[in-house]
Structures are given as structure tokens and as C-alpha cells.
Ligand binder design. Structure first.
Ligand SMILES: [Zn+2]
Length: 471
């Protein structure tokens, strides 16, 4: 049995903060004890002096090598999961894709094939159901049995991933029956497409107009509609990448009414704004949907408050990077939208930056507590998507996915030093307080001393259970 001792650190979970040593046997946490109270001989000793010992992060929203807008998201499962590990994230839930006219089951199998043998950390899948019909409804049940217990639908992107209200209703009825969760991209895509067309007719082609036409009121409207359909059907609803206070108000109200409705936001909505979409075509770096919001409208402040008060439960990244120049494998990326913002591939890099940004900008800046940081980055994601307590906490019997985090260390984010396979950083030059020092994935030290010690295939597929937050 391989034994690893993490000693001299402060163990922090969603509910505890204690001086304790952690004994890992093989891939599991075997004991947590007051320093010096147990005689232990371990082959590997990790010194966590002056450091926090926290559960590995869980990013429930990534898109490795996603086909989008004529290209592919730049990170593969290999490069993207390795970058995640560098940033202290030890589990991702990515999105398998069913496109129009194809079988959902075959889509999931294709994504399993892309990930198999390539991941540095454990991974699961949500299923994007891009074509709800009789066959898809049957396949939803089969997918649940394979551990795919959440289905993502789009009220945005007409003609691509879009589902109409009838299709959403049908999928929700099935999800309610099976106890699975509907994840919703809530933006009124039909209305947005009209505004896009009108803007282009006026000659408004720069990236900034992407942010101006995708109005926050249309996210609020779609969120409201999704909630009402969920209420009607009894389905569990999870709003992905919530960016607008109008949408947060709807989620807050639904939760106050006792509905099984939850939401995540992402670092880009907490730290960046419409201003970043300016500066000519440079703004293409920041094109994602929903878009970055106008700072003067108060969205950021409301999102932080939502995270504090549990109206928002999770921070994920929606990691979906596209290069500003050519990508070595996937070719032309953001440049596809030069002269027409609607053709800029939607998405930003971030899987490596989530933990550091939320610690630095959240805990260190006094916006959220340390326990809440662990809860929104690891524990709630595990519970929301049926992985707790195997993942998301440090407890006896849990997977030894552990990050040793130096709260006083500092570093600067840069594309020159990050590990994501993309040629820019949305946070270039930002100074962070807090450094990921050592990362264990299932008991194995995969990051230490500024080196990566893992290999593709270390990460395994996670068959997930039903949401543990629903009542
Ligand atoms: Zn996404």
C-alpha cells in the first residue's frame, strides 16, 4: 500500500478549518489527525507548512476540443486537463455533443473516445442534447445508466444547438421522470439573432457589438421561461454561466419558492466587463456567450453577493479557448470573425485560472470566506452533479484529490507561462495572491516543485449519480 503524508498544513473543507495532518493510502484519504498524535511512516511526505490543504477543484463546465463555428476549441483533453491540474483542479465535467440528426448515445461514445487515455485528471460528461426527438428521449434514460445524469440545452444559437420550448418541455418531462438534471444556456437566441442582423446592417462589426446586442434582459427572460417550464414539469434545473442580475433575480425567486433550481457563474463575469470587448478586434479575446456585461449596470457586485448568500452555488469556467492567431492543429480561430463579430468563435480560456482567481479576488479581497471558496469550487459542484463524497471534500474514504495551496505566495498570470494551449490570457499581467504548490490526484502527486509528474490516461471516467442538492 502506497502511503503519503501531508503534514504541517491547515485543512480546509466547506465546513471545517483545522490544523491537521492527512494520511493518504493508495488513492484514498485514510486518516485526518491532529499533528503528532499518530505514528506514521509514509514513503512520500508533503510538507504543507504555512499552507492550506484543500479539496481539488471541480470544474463542471469545460469544452475540450469542442467543434464550434468552423473550428475546434484549442485545448484537447490532454492539454486542457493538464492545465486544469496546474491550476489546482482535479476533476472536470465536460460536454459530449449530440448534433442535429445524430444519436445522443453515439455522440457520448464519440466524446468518450476523445477523452479515453488522454486525461490528466478524472472526468465526467454532461450531454448536449441538440436534437430532442423520440429517439433522444429514450437515449436520455440509457445515458443516465452510463453515469451521464445531466443534459444541456440551448435557448440560444438557433440553427445550431437551439431547442424550442416544446423540445425543452419534452426533455424536462423525461428528466423529471428519471431524476436527471437539465442544464440550460438561457439566452433568447431568436431575439438576439434579429438584433445581430440589425447591428451588422448598420455596419457595427467589431467585437464590442457582440456584447451590446446580447442584452442582459434577454438572459433574464430566458431564465424566467426555463424556470417556469421546470416548475411545470417538476424537473431539476441548473442555469449555466449566469452573467446578469436579471437572471440572478429569477433564480433567487425560484429558490425562495422552494424549486430545485440552481446556477453557476464564471470568473469572466465576476472580473471582466463590456469594456474588455472594446479596443477594436482585440476584443475578440473576450467574446463568449452570454457576453461580458456592462460594469455600470451592477452585475458583478450582484453576482458576488449571490455567491455569498447561496443564490449562486458554483463557479465553473466554461473553458472554451480559441487562439487569436492560428492554432497549430486547428488552424484559424478568432480571426474568423474579423469584419463580422457574429462569426467570432464564442469562448475563452480559463480552466487553469479559476481557483487562483476566486481565491485572490474572492477570499483575499474579502468578498467570500475561505470555507465558501472551497464550497463553490469543489464541494457544491460534487454534490450538484452526483460525485460527493468521493469528490469535493477531504474526508476519510474520499478520493485523495488534494491541493496544497500557499495563501501568501504571489504570481502573475501570463500566456507566456500558462499551460493551456492557447496564445493569450484573458487575465494577462494580473497579480494573484495565493499559489497552487502541490496537487494530488487520487493519491498521486501530479504537480510539485513547479513540475508536472503525471501522464495522459491518469484520469478516469466518472459515472455520476443523481444530484445530491435536490430535495
Ligand atoms: Zn459552455
Amino acid at each position: 500500500m502506497a502511503k503519503t503524508l501531508i503534514k504541517n498544513g491547515t485543512v480546509v473543507t466547506a465546513t471545517e478549518k483545522m490544523e491537521a495532518d492527512v494520511l493518504v493510502e493508495d488513492d484514498k484519504v485514510a486518516a485526518i489527525f491532529a499533528p503528532g498524535t499518530m505514528e506514521v511512516s509514509a514513503e512520500t511526505v508533503v510538507d504543507a507548512k504555512a499552507c492550506l490543504v484543500i479539496p481539488g477543484g471541480i470544474d463542471v463546465h469545460t469544452h475540450m476540443e469542442l467543434p464550434f463555428g468552423g473550428t475546434f476549441a484549442a485545448d484537447t483533453f490532454e492539454t486542457g486537463t493538464r492545465a486544469a491540474a496546474w491550476g489546482g483542479t482535479t476533476t472536470i465535467i465536460d460536454f459530449a455533443v449530440q448534433t442535429k440528426g445524430e444519436s445522443a448515445m453515439e455522440g457520448w461514445e464519440a466524446w468518450m473516445e476523445k477523452a479515453r487515455g488522454n486525461c490528466a485528471i478524472d472526468y465526467g460528461f454532461h450531454m448536449i442534447t441538440g436534437d430532442i426527438n423520440d429517439q433522444t428521449i429514450k437515449e436520455m434514460e440509457l445515458l443516465v445508466r452510463e453515469g451521464v445524469t445531466s443534459f444541456k440545452m440551448f435557448m440560444a444559437y438557433p440553427g445550431v444547438f437551439y431547442s424550442d420550448d416544446g423540445q425543452i418541455l419534452r426533455a424536462m418531462q423525461k428528466a423529471a421522470e428519471d431524476g436527471s438534471t437539465i442544464c440550460m444556456h438561457a439566452e433568447n437566441g431568436i431575439a438576439i439573432d434579429v438584433l445581430v442582423e440589425q447591428a451588422l446592417e448598420r455596419g457595427e462589426t467589431d467585437p464590442i457589438y457582440h456584447g451590446m446586442v446580447r442584452r442582459s434582459i434577454l438572459e433574464g427572460e430566458a431564465t424566467h421561461r426555463a424556470i417556469k417550464l421546470a416548475e411545470l414539469t417538476g424537473a431539476q434545473l441548473y442555469i449555466v454561466h449566469l452573467s446578469a442580475w436579471e437572471a440572478l433575480d429569477e433564480v433567487t425567486l425560484a429558490r425562495d419558492e422552494g424549486l430545485n433550481v440552481w446556477a453557476e457563474t464564471c470568473p469572466q463575469y465576476l472580473f471582466l466587463s463590456l469594456d474588455d470587448l472594446g479596443n477594436g478586434f482585440e476584443g475578440a479575446k473576450y467574446v463568449c456567450s452570454p457576453p461580458l456585461r456592462d460594469e455600470d449596470e451592477g452585475h458583478q457586485e450582484r453576482l458576488w453577493r449571490g455567491l455569498r448568500t447561496n443564490d449562486l452555488q458554483i463557479v465553473s469556467t466554461d473553458h472554451c479557448p480559441f487562439c487569436m492567431g492560428d492554432h497549430h492543429t486547428f488552424g484559424t480561430q478568432k480571426q474568423l470573425g474579423r469584419g463580422d463579430f457574429s462569426k467570432i468563435p464564442n469562448g475563452m480560456p480559463g480552466v487553469e485560472n479559476r481557483m487562483e482567481l476566486i481565491y485572490s479576488g474572492g477570499v483575499d479581497e474579502g468578498r467570500i470566506s475561505l470555507n465558501r471558496f472551497v464550497e463553490i469550487t469543489a464541494t457544491a459542484p460534487a454534490k450538484m452533479f452526483g460525485l460527493f463524497p468521493k469528490k469535493g471534500t477531504i474526508a476519510v474514504g474520499s478520493d485523495a484529490d488534494i491541493v496544497v495551496f500557499d495563501p501568501d505566495g504571489t504570481h502573475v498570470i501570463s500566456a507566456d507561462t500558462h499551460h493551456m494551449d492557447v496564445d493569450y490570457s484573458a487575465y494577462e499581467g494580473w497579480e494573484m495572491t495565493g499559489n497552487v504548490k502541490t496537487v494530488l490526484s487520487k493519491g498521486k502527486v501530479i504537480i510539485s516543485d513547479d513540475s508536472y509528474h503525471g501522464k495522459p490516461g491518469d484520469g478516469e471516467y466518472l459515472a455520476r449519480g443523481q444530484s445530491q442538492l435536490s430535495v
